[in-house]
Design a protein around this ligand. Sequence first.
Ligand code: PLP
Length: 382
Amino acid sequence: MNEHAANASFREAVVDLDAVRANVATLAAQVAPAEIMAVVKANAYGHGAVPVAHAALDGGATWLGVADLDEAFELRAAGITAPVLAWLHGPDASFAEAIAGDVDLGVSSIDQLRRISDAAGGHGPSGGRASVHLKIDTGLSRNGVPPEEWVEAVAFAAILEAQGRIRVRGVFSHLANTDDAADRAQLAAFDDALAAASAAGLDPELRHLASTAAALRMPASRFDLVRAGIGTYGIPPYGDGTTSADLGLRPVMTLRACVAAVRRVEAGVGVSYSHTWRAECPTTLALVPLGYADGIPRQASGRAEVLLAGRRRPIVGRIAMDQFVVDAGDAEVAVGDEVVLFGDPQTGAPSADDWADAADTIGYEIVTRIGHRVPRTYTGRA
Ligand SMILES: *Cc1c(COP(=O)(O)O)cnc(C)c1O
């Protein structure tokens, strides 16, 4: 048994809240005087929205960003009073509840503006006035007011603002992070959109464009606020071999489990479904109780590695729904020993990006998909 065996959990994602705090502080120092919106959508990329939100605010974030209203309501229900922006709404989104709950609304169409205006006028901390951030599509072709409708949208918003139904607190857009030239073209389109907003009589206090990638590498994209998601979690946004340490960031999540079974096998023995791998020589196999139900990508079968018994060792055979097998060679391993799938590479563990490479995806997806069967445990000051 190694020294970790005594306290290894069956399976857990350990979330280091001190790392969240440190990452936000690092990002804030780099982008100042722009402010940080910590993006905590999708349960804080799988890390746990409420604890991460508290730590991010403590680290200097002044805003929280989420995709949909239910995510915003979860923060409000937990007693978080910091400004929250939600930007992705279905046709039945409860804008009245959002206004009553003091949730800022990202607006991507004239129709949404109309519905928000209809929902305004009730009660709540804002006096029933909706606080909105108008989103212009500058080239991602996803969400946002299409450029050809922007002049009409800002004119309509100015009327609603004059009527006291809404307050246009922000104007924003989102980059495709394609390459420098494409980002600059979007930046120019954003500048045009801001000029049109101001010509319509709007005076938004917050202009925001950058997410983590541009915030770090493209100072002109920072405006008043940057929306930092992946950087908050200490994972590089680039997928080009840049490490967390290169960016001065610390990986927040460590995914680990304990060895559930150990067996010694002879040469020729096939492992897991379809026997895609066979032992070439006698070896020790360790069973890890995590599988694709827990978000471990099956695509990484036979490609990813874990930290076990002091070094990185390969996953062999197919990753199954609940479990996979590691070839431990001739190492001494015992049931209960700790296995680290990913964490801070400075501890010898693979990074989330290593898993992303093994599964042809991005670090974002690796942490965000960790399933509900894996308890999140928190270290660091809550
Ligand atoms: C998810 C998201 C972000 C955060 O992006 P990162 O690359 O994780 O920093 C920012 N803005 C919008 C609109 C998003 O949807």
